[in-house]
Design a protein around this ligand. Sequence first.
Ligand SMILES: O=P(O)(O)OC[C@H]1O[C@H](OP(=O)(O)OP(=O)(O)O)[C@H](O)[C@@H]1O
Ligand SMILES: NC(=O)CC[C@H](N)C(=O)O
Ligand SMILES: [Mg+2]
Length: 550
Amino acid sequence: MCGVVGLLLADTESHTEASHLLFESLFYLQHRGQDACGMATSGAKGRVFQCKGNGMASKVFQDGARVNDLPGYMGIAHLRYPTAGTSSSAESQPFYCNSPYGICLAHNGNLINAPELRRYLDEEAHRHVNTDSDSELMLNIFANALNDTGKVRVNVEDIFRSLTQMSQKCQGAWAVTAMIAGFGILAFRDPHGIRPLLMGTRPSTTIEGAMDYMFASESIALRQLGFKDYRDILPGEAVFVRKGGKAEFKQVVEMKSYTPDIFEQNMGLKLADKIRETLGDEGVRGIDVIVPVPETSNTSAAVVSERLKIPLSNAFVKNRFVFRTFILPGQKLRQKSVRRKLSAIESEFKGRTVCLVDDSIVRGTTSREIVSMAREAGAVRVYFASCAPPLVYPHIYGIDLASPQEMIAHEKTRKDIAQLIGADDLIYQDLDDLKQACAEAAPKGGVKEFEVGVFCGKYQTAIPEGYFGHLDEIRGKKRSMNGGEVLKGAIKASGPVNEVNGNNSFTLEIPVSALPKNADPTSLLSVSTAPRTPDNREDISIHNIASENN
Ligand SMILES: O=P(O)(O)OC[C@H]1O[C@H](OP(=O)(O)OP(=O)(O)O)[C@H](O)[C@@H]1O
Ligand SMILES: NC(=O)CC[C@H](N)C(=O)O
Ligand SMILES: [Mg+2]
């Protein structure tokens, strides 16, 4: 995901009000990325001030203490959940490049032709790129186009023209806020509008008749900070707000379609009907309670409960000090964190047939753990309903979900998956139903199409040859970062493994450093295939051992 923000105050004398507002906005968008965050501001003499690093906003900005080091009337900020490159702090954003004019950029999305852009920057543009980040490439492509104007000072038209050139060179998804030191704030979106970006305004608190401008990935940040009249930046559109000036808009590249990622939309309206279709009237009558997996599925579960006329029970309590799980690096960590994050209220489960509702199943970490928690709390039957259809293809536009092989639905039937997560039955939303539910929820005349490549493998942009192989390679590299070389091989197994995989073959990846000296890799199988009992989930961790450093 990633969150981006941009802000320009009308009052150019304001000292650190911009950085304080930006800091606050990061809390409203923190769920969009927890790996790293940062901010860059610019003030009176056009100097750029920055603070960024790994961790969440409160940590990086030392509970706000560092915000006072960031003066200026404008700035941009970023929350990172990596899709490309590594998790190193050097890749935290915004990125800064001094030539020309001092540009900072914060990017949500993913570029799918990074190798080609890297080659162009190196061999033709002679620009130094310091990290593996695709966002740094985008910044340099833009900077290079601006540089080609050959001007000492550019104007707004030059900026828009350079963005047109950049949009023609880059392929993939982007929602970007950028800042040109001493000049203004820029925001733009890819031709398909895959990642979200909005703009809002508010009257300046100090200069009568003047407006402050803010851009953000989600309206919540704008609303909470008093920015109103917000509107979407359209696909292919750019907005520049000049210091002390007004917003100027330009369609820098033709709008190809308007297909925001369906993950951003309201999910789950048709799920109730699907549950009835799958379980039948009898099955539905047997359900005692609908239980949301807090909080992302609360709304959908409430709709399901109302439509099926089954009581809703908030039978899982969320620990608000544990954060998002599936974006944590490392399967072991993710698994542990589900248990830390959610606790089951026994009295709500004891002796009941429950239907758990979550927004999605990716690797199956959450669903597997909570089905087993529901049983431990005394549930007699456990159904699991997912608002999203099975995820089986890579997400390539800015959500590094998992590689298809890690996704629990990969090459599995619904029944296989139900077995793997330990549920009595599993109900998935249909893709067509989901699209229809989202289209119905969109404002009149609004979005009708959505980016759904992760469910069906059909993407909005052409995919460069070899891109999926390249993705796997990057993920392999990430996995082995702490573990050194990775052994890979298909291993035939029998016995308890059958219970886990539903067939008797699987791919095992073991970081060499995780093995005892001179160990035969297959020796690990005896550890990982221990029989499954309520207290021993080692069998599931066959894959976990393999991808511990993922
Ligand atoms: O199948 P999995 O790999 O477990 O991924 C799916 C889970 O990931 C997301 O939750 P997340 O952990 O991000 O946190 P949240 O719902 O609390 O925001 C999503 O809401 C599912 O619960
Ligand atoms: N999730 C995102 O939008 C990530 C942005 C960018 N591709 C990065 O990895 O930093
Ligand atoms: Mg969740």
